[in-house]
Design a protein. Sequence first.
Length: 113
Amino acid sequence: MQPYPQIEQFVNQKSQQLCFYLNAFWSGDLPHQELQYYFWDTLEEWSLVNASPVLPYSHKEHVFWYIMYQIHFWPEIELHNNVCLCDELRGCLHYLSDEVQRCPFDCIGVRPH
């Protein structure tokens, strides 16, 4: 049983969207600015979730927030052309979309406050 269903529901829903948006960005179907809009919209929606920073995280939530910070931190050119970064983020997306069971190593994000 998931002790914090509101957090799990948010992360599951937003993970699907994040996978869609980032893949669309990589394929050239989504401008970088739209990816940034998704980032800010998601943070705004997160502010409505009743989640204390001391509540435990799932692996999926850690990976979700990690990707969110990466897409906001790195400039467009890096998100497109940095092979190591793109490989790492693709591995994270595979985990979020349940294509692989192994949680990516060192991809640990934290909730915004």
